[in-house]
Ligand binder design. Structure first.
Ligand SMILES: Nc1ncnc2c1ncn2[C@@H]1O[C@H](COP(=O)(O)OP(=O)(O)O)[C@@H](O)[C@H]1O
Ligand SMILES: [Mg+2]
Length: 271
């Protein structure tokens, strides 16, 4: 039996065969276009990111001098520049990773660290944006939650969900939790924004997909959640969304790989 794009079908008469051949060549053409787009994205992200590393180093050293010399007029401006450049570099890295993930050329570099540190750092770095949006962020987590994961991936997962909550949270409070669930880390981000219609809830995890609901279309590539899903799945974890239009959204990530002993063990018997 023949197949197109992995779908088997029974070959028909001559006319049907011509249709099949046309379909095949159309698929090949589209696949070549996608490959060309991904290559262009990779080159663009790489070329645009690299000079920014130098700028970041220069701003950081200027900031050190400004702080040492107590130059109060320039210090906050330099801090702001460094923050913006840092976000820029992360965005370019995100694009680059997305191409690598799509090409299966991304491999997790797992090392032990504390998930709580990442959540704390990322939330602190998004604090100015959250304040600007009027969204107070509340954090509930244990003192430590150690595991073996790819640190940059966990940073991307947390940063994407937190930045989405700020971007789509319509100025409402944002609740972030991190806890142990058996041998998994469970990370949740809840906002009180417009929510996501059921029909869009699967689609938003695909690459370049944005749900355009009651709100305006926002800036962004529509790859953040796709990246979250790919990175989570690369760790054998899962991500899901629970949302109702008008009532906000809760994103939940479950990530296996804890290295700490579970604090409550159901099968433990008293001595
Ligand atoms: N917290 C959220 N509340 C409502 N909609 C959201 C939320 N997070 C993501 N979305 C929807 O999912 C789409 C995809 O998100 P994402 O992949 O992060 O891309 P981007 O943020 O660049 O648009 C967004 O465009 C938005 O429509
Ligand atoms: Mg996003």
């Amino acid at each position: 039996m023949e197949s197109i794009a992995g779908v088997p079908f029974a070959a028909g008469d001559g006319e049907a065969r011509e249709d099949v051949a046309a379909l095949r060549s159309e698929i090949e053409r589209l696949e070549a276009q996608i490959l060309a787009r991904d290559n262009l994205l990779a080159v663009a992200a790489h070329e645009l990111r690299n000079p920014m590393h130098t700028i970041l180093l220069l701003v950081t050293s200027a900031l050190t001098i400004a702080r040492r010399e107590q130059m109060e007029g320039v210090t906050p401006k330099l801090e702001r520049i460094r923050h913006v450049v840092d976000i820029y570099v992360k965005r370019a890295t995100l694009l680059l990773d997305s191409v690598r993930l799509e090409a299966n050329a991304w491999a997790a570099d797992k090392r032990e660290f504390d998930f709580c540190d990442v959540v704390r750092d990322i939330c602190a770095s998004y604090e100015p944006e959250a304040q600007f949006a009027g969204s107070p962020i509340s954090l509930a987590m244990p003192e430590t939650l150690r595991g073996s994961w790819d640190r940059l991936a966990v940073e991307q997962i947390v940063a994407n969900l937190v930045s989405n909550a700020i971007k789509y949270g319509q100025g409402g409070p944002i609740d972030i939790t991190l806890e142990q669930r058996g041998l998994q880390a469970q990370f949740t981000v809840r906002d009180r924004g417009a929510g996501i219609a059921e029909i869009d809830q699967l689609r938003i995890f695909e690459r370049f997909q944005q749900a355009i609901g009651s709100g305006r279309r926002r800036s962004g590539f529509g790859i953040g959640l796709w990246l979250v899903k790919s990175l989570v799945e690369a760790h054998e974890g899962s991500v899901s969304v629970d949302s109702q239009v008008g009532q906000g959204s809760t994103f939940t990530v479950l990530l296996p790989g804890l290295t700490e002993r579970p604090s409550t063990r159901i099968n433990d018997k008293p001595p």
